[in-house]
Design a protein. Structure first.
Lengths: 103, 454
């Protein structure tokens, strides 16, 4: 079984402003990028399942060829830096993506 | 006025975070036309806007401003410092202006300085709200009059226009200190002032406002060389280099969308951008477009105070307790619910259970993992510091002594590392204004003050 973490170069999460978390998956080469993109494995249903979110609330699920990157942006699970915060910079919310199984 | 080349020196992505002097001096030797550094971010939380704290210490800002202003004066080029103090409030513009005055007096400098303010009168926001000209920026609740009242202060991110106004009105300016600014705005303004295309102006600003984050490995000091058809990104460290890939990948960083970047007055569209190597260190970017928006909007930012916090840090090693941590914590929560109403009124209790799901909470994918140890951080928020401490104290006692199924260790359930056992954290805040406001005149919202220091 190959996981996304085995072939991606960067899998990261970060605030995009205080109300959104954005995740970037960046690949080492064109071949790996195309393999994952063309497989369609990263889709709205999967993101919805991994992040317990209504597919309609996904803000961005898009790719950028120049960076060999896939981007996912979601509403932040809670307001940044307020009561109950667990991750101020949203820098550790990428882990479910690492374990995506590739066909 | 149309120039063929505009060169900017950026010491780092954040004033106060430090930068290597040898790289900076290498940049100065390339004869830049101006120096630009940003100081703003909402990234470390709402407390700056709500409580007036700054991202770095006054002494860290002073040390770097002395280097930058001296370099600007010696090379007869202006220095731009944006989003003073992190949040870019008027209060922090004043502190930065005081630092500049002190440095001028200490060094015998003559400064021709502009201050651009970004606090927005709440009356203006209320009026625009009434006219339906304020909309959420992203997944945010609609703004209410109550939010406007609750916010300690409201700032707006300025676009290029206030900087353009200063450059037109006062061509001999040495130093511009601005309140909250869209990060690329100062660099974009200088480029637009000199007749460069908007798409390249904003894109170069967008990349370089982060200093050398676009290099491999990431660095601080950068030079950008803007031409009419493209711009070049030049790292100043020995080891760092820009590659088409490192620059393109940086474009994504902290952004909602990979190639559409909305800002004041329009959207930067990178779908047609080209990233090409010039040397093994330098990358050339072309093809970026700016799409003006109608109406023009600015982003408002504000935060409110929402009470006081007290925490308790507890370690758990006993496997019998670890195996039933959820029902055990429920039993402690019950204890708090049983407190007299006046004692727990308005309080919130959150257990952060490190070792289980402390970082991801309900989103933790691996929910069955049984760890050797747990760290439970008790977070209590309440309207007063006393109430927060009192409820935290009750929770701590519950954690320490509440019984659980099969308990063998009857002298205490948790290991407490710190005194005080309940640790007051001070005030807790929340962003409550993050909205787009339509404006008619994007310069008029941001008052400019000129100051001569002799």
């Amino acid at each position: 079984m190959t996981y996304l973490k085995d072939i991606a170069k960067i899998i990261r999460s970060k605030n995009a402003g205080p109300f959104e978390v954005t995740m970037d998956i960046i690949f080492q080469n064109e071949e790996d990028y195309r393999r994952v993109l063309d497989s369609g494995v990263i889709n709205r249903e999967l993101v919805s399942k991994l992040y317990h979110i209504d597919p309609g609330k996904i803000i961005t699920l898009s790719s950028f060829d120049a960076a060999r990157a896939i981007k996912i942006t979601l509403p932040r699970p809670r307001k940044q830096g307020s009561i109950g915060e667990t991750d101020m910079h949203a820098a550790q919310q990428h882990v479910p993506l690492m374990l995506i199984e590739l066909p | 006025m149309k120039k063929d080349l505009l060169r900017v020196l950026v010491p780092s992505g954040m004033l106060g975070y430090g930068f290597p002097l040898d790289s900076f001096n290498r940049g100065l030797a390339m004869n830049p036309d101006f120096i630009s550094v940003d100081s703003g971010s909402t990234d470390s939380g709402p407390q700056k806007l709500a409580l007036g704290s700054m991202t770095c210490t006054r002494s860290a800002y002073t040390e770097e401003m002395e280097i930058l202003i001296r370099a600007g004066l010696e090379h007869h080029i202006p220095v731009f410092i944006s989003s003073a103090g992190g949040d870019g409030t008027n209060q922090h513009v004043e502190i930065f202006a005081d630092i500049a005055r002190e440095l001028a007096h200490k060094n015998g400098w003559k400064l021709n300085m502009a201050l651009i303010y970004a606090d927005i009168d709440k009356e203006i926001v209320r009026k625009k709200l009434g006219e339906g000209k304020v909309q959420p920026c992203g997944p945010v609740d609609s703004l209410t009059a109550q939010d406007v009242d609750d916010a300690t202060v409201i700032v707006a991110q300025m676009g290029a226009e206030p900087y353009l106004k200063v450059l037109r009105e006062n061509p001999k300016i040495n130093l511009i200190i601005s309140g909250r600014s869209y990060d690329p705005a100062p660099m974009a303004a200088m480029a637009l002032h000199n007749g460069f295309p908007a798409g390249l102006a904003w894109h170069m600003g967008k990349i370089l406002e982060c200093g050398g984050l676009c290099t491999e490995p990431s660095s601080r000091c950068m030079v950008g060389e803007l031409h009419q058809e493209y711009f070049d990104l030049i790292p100043l460290g020995d080891k760092e280099r820009c590659t088409p890939y490192s620059v393109a990948a940086h474009t994504l960083y902290e952004k909602t969308h990979p190639y559409l970047l909305p800002g004041p007055g329009g959207t930067l569209d990178l779908s047609g951008s080209k990233f090409e190597p010039v040397t093994e260190k330098i990358v050339r970017v072309s093809g970026s477009q700016f799409r003006p928006a109608d109406p023009y909007t600015v982003k408002l930012e504000g935060a409110k105070r929402c009470g006081y916090r007290c925490i308790c840090v507890a370690g758990i090693r006993d496997p019998i307790l670890i195996s039933q941590i959820d029902p055990f914590l429920d039993s402690v929560r019950e204890l708090v619910n049983g407190l007299p109403a006046e004692q727990r009124e308005g309080s919130q209790l959150i257990f952060h259970v490190y070792g289980k799901n402390g970082v991801m909470g309900d989103l933790e994918p691996n929910s069955d993992f049984v760890p050797q140890e747990l760290c439970v951080i008790v977070e209590v928020a309440a309207p007063t510091p006393q109430a927060a401490q009192e409820v935290c104290n009750r929770v701590r006692i519950g954690l320490l002594h509440n019984p659980y199924e099969g308990r063998m260790a009857t002298s205490g359930n948790i290991g407490l590392p710190f005194t005080p056992l309940e640790i007051p954290l001070g005030e807790v805040c929340a962003f409550n204004v993050y909205h787009l406001m339509q404006v008619d005149d994007p310069a008029a919202l941001f008052p400019i003050q000129y100051i001569e220091v002799k």
